[in-house]
Design a protein around this ligand. Structure first.
Ligand SMILES: *Cc1c(COP(=O)(O)O)cnc(C)c1O
Length: 380
């Protein structure tokens, strides 16, 4: 089976050379736009590409306002700050995620609380969320959701759309409403993914995208905060740009802001990448469907998009029967020059988060031991 898969992947990419997990594609105006910033000298914090890139993303996702940042972690950090997360607060998220999700809330002085994921979406499970809150939380006199034992405020819920597969947002949102919790979406992996007809990252009060080199499109490094209202978008822009009050020459700042603005040089790359996004998404879907039919009637279960939404298929994945078969698959493919990877180690097993509060994590552990990511760059 593993040799058949190796041949299949080499054939897909038409090469015997090393095949990475996800490589960026620069086939449009990337060089031209980047060169324009250099020719104009506006490579840094002033320049037109940032505004253009923000508008492109706002239009594509249908969000009220998008604010570009230096990376996705900074976008998450900003979204948490804008949501009023305070030192000592709790934020509910997944243990099955990339470490940036937890690091962002850690740097707000908040603590993660881990709730299980769904076996279909690989993202936060609304039933597990409701159950966790029923067992551990209560609403105080002011209607604020608190962790019953310690009276710590549970401020927000931050699901992550794993590998681009949308979580069940309606169900999660209704739990959030019942418990007065803010919904922040870690949409770092899901540019081009939709929950029903809504772009991921636009259902919660805030969403965060990443444009790291391995994501669907890249700005080298970069991120974006998706804001549900124009007003919150304007305040987000203000706090990510040192909270400077506009003035021709005076330096007056009205709160402790972040220096998270995306440089114009990176935004230029982003504008060019946006011109290819629809093409990348079509190509990634085509690739995913090829993997899907390859794995039909095998012992490997292909991770398909959930029926209520559409995925960007950022990273294709299969679930192996057990840990041994996972390790075999990873070993044989990598030895043949095909990059495959296990999923991230669960957050509650990392030293800095192993004391964190958590619910039952059966599905996270099941997936954690069996999932393998496959090469997913758009086909040429
Ligand atoms: C990529 C990613 C981020 C953000 O990463 P940056 O490298 O900071 O842009 C955040 N969360 C998840 C789940 C990611 O995959």
């Amino acid at each position: 089976m593993n040799t058949k898969l190796i041949d299949f992947i080499k054939q897909l990419y038409g090469t015997n050379e090393f095949i990475p997990l996800h490589a960026p594609t620069f086939s449009g105006n990337e060089k031209k736009y980047v060169a324009e910033t250099i020719d104009s000298t506006f490579v840094s914090s002033v320049g037109e590409f940032v505004t253009r890139f923000e508008n492109d993303i706002a239009v594509f996702t249908g969000t009220a306002k998008a604010v570009a940042t230096v990376n996705g972690t900074a976008a998450l950090h900003t979204a948490l700050y804008m949501s009023g997360v305070k030192r000592g607060d709790l934020v509910i998220t997944q243990s099955l995620t990339f470490v940036a999700t937890c690091n962002a809330l850690y740097h707000m002085g908040a603590e993660p609380v881990f709730v299980d994921v769904s076996r279909t979406s690989l993202g936060l499970c609304p039933i597990a969320l409701e159950e966790y809150l029923e067992n551990n939380a209560s609403l105080n006199f002011d209607g604020v959701c608190v962790y019953t034992n310690t009276k710590q405020v549970i401020r927000a819920v931050m699901p992550m759309h794993t590998f681009g597969h949308p979580v069940e947002l309606d169900e999660i949102l209704s739990v959030c409403k019942k418990w007065n919790l803010t919904l922040i979406e870690d949409a770092a992996e899901s540019l081009g993914s939709y929950y029903k007809s809504a772009h991921t990252g636009t259902v919660g009060d805030f969403g965060a995208l990443s444009f790291n080199g391995n994501k669907v499109i890249t700005t080298g490094g970069g991120g974006m905060v998706l804001c549900k209202s124009v007003e919150s978008g304007e305040r987000t822009k203000h706090v990510t740009t040192t909270a400077k009050v506009p003035h021709p020459y005076e330096f007056y700042h009205d709160e402790p802001g972040f220096n998270y603005r995306m440089p114009n040089l990176n935004a230029a790359l982003g504008c060019a990448q946006m011109e290819s996004l629809v093409k990348f998404l079509a190509s990634k879907r085509e690739l995913a469907m090829k993997y899907k039919s390859f794995f039909e009637d095998t012992e490997f279960q292909f991770v398909d998009e959930p029926e209520y939404g559409s995925s960007n298929f950022w990273l294709n994945a299969v679930i192996c029967t057990d840990r041994h078969s996972r390790d075999e698959l990873i070993k044989t493919t990598n030895q043949s020059g095909i990059m495959t990877r296990p999923i991230w180690q669960l957050m509650h097993t990392l030293p800095m988060y192993n004391e964190s509060k958590r619910g039952d994590l059966t599905n996270s552990e099941f997936i954690g031991q069996r999932l393998v990511n496959l090469p997913s760059s758009p086909l040429g």
